[in-house]
Ligand binder design. Structure first.
Ligand SMILES: N[C@@H]1[C@@H](O)[C@H](O)[C@@H](COP(=O)(O)O)O[C@@H]1O
Length: 243
């Protein structure tokens, strides 16, 4: 595991975007595993900037996103499909038919999840998976207690995640209670993993993730067992770790 200390959110975003750019340059037809949340937004902004300067080409890139709220349509401005379109896909030359997000409108959970696993397999797996980190150590929507061996599945969101995500909705009642998420098994099968973490409020959980016991109670702790993980975190997020 490699840990890069960034000065602040912007520096973290630039460093992470550099790693993603290197992946695209080395393998133009790579499969990127992408994430939502506020942590990767700056990274996407930086990638868009470099694309606009002519330094990056997404024309052969495929993407698979980690998760989607169950019940939200792609047009719903809180859906993760909408997030990806507005924060990245609409601004670069990626072929949208090669950008995949679980189908939030598929009411049959088993079908939605099996279909998504098939999509990931068809792409030949993920070359680089970008991850944010939830306050309770979740990755994607794999909440504490999630079995490590799961592939894409339907989850009940925990109260703390609903609380953390309600800022994006009009009211707490509007926050969906379930989501489809890649499982830990899908995430661990990625060839490389890049985690972006920012802010003092993530300092305790980041320390636990990196140096605590590997346990489903802290889903991201499994990353200690992956052989190619890069953490890019800002000083605030690393403030509980001596380095
Ligand atoms: N499903 C997403 C996660 O993929 C994300 O990592 C997490 C942290 O979000 P943020 O980066 O906004 O702190 O939030 C959501 O629950």
């Amino acid at each position: 595991m490699v840990i890069y200390k960034a000065k602040d959110y912007q520096d973290m975003s630039r460093k992470a975007a550099n790693i993603i750019s290197a992946q695209i340059i080395m393998k133009p037809n790579c499969v990127l595993g992408l994430a939502t949340g506020s942590s990767p937004v700056g990274t996407y902004k930086q990638l868009i900037e470099w694309y606009k300067k002519g330094d990056l080409d997404f024309s052969q890139v495929t993407s698979v996103n980690l998760d989607e709220y169950k019940g939200l349509s792609p047009e719903n401005d809180q859906s993760y499909r909408y997030f990806m379109n507005t924060n990245l896909f609409d601004h670069v030359n990626i072929d949208k038919t090669r950008t995949f997000v679980p189908d939030g409108l598929e009411a049959d959970s088993e079908k939605a999840c099996n279909d998504y696993n098939a999509v990931i397999r068809k792409q030949g797996g993920v070359d680089l998976q970008l991850l944010g980190l939830g306050h309770n150590g979740h990755i994607g929507f794999n909440e504490p207690g999630a079995a490590f061996e799961k592939e894409t599945h339907c989850v009940d969101l925990t109260e703390s995640t609903i609380e953390a995500n309600k800022r994006f909705f009009e009211s707490e009642d509007d926050v969906p209670r379930q989501a489809y998420t890649m499982g830990i098994k899908n995430i661990m099968q990625a060839k490389k993993i890049l985690v972006v973490v920012s802010g003092e409020d993530k300092a305790d959980i980041l320390k636990e993730v990196l140096y605590g016991p590997i346990t489903p109670k802290v889903p991201a702790s499994i990353l200690q067992l992956h052989n190619d993980v890069t953490i890019v975190a800002d000083e605030a997020a690393l403030s509980k770790i001596d380095m």
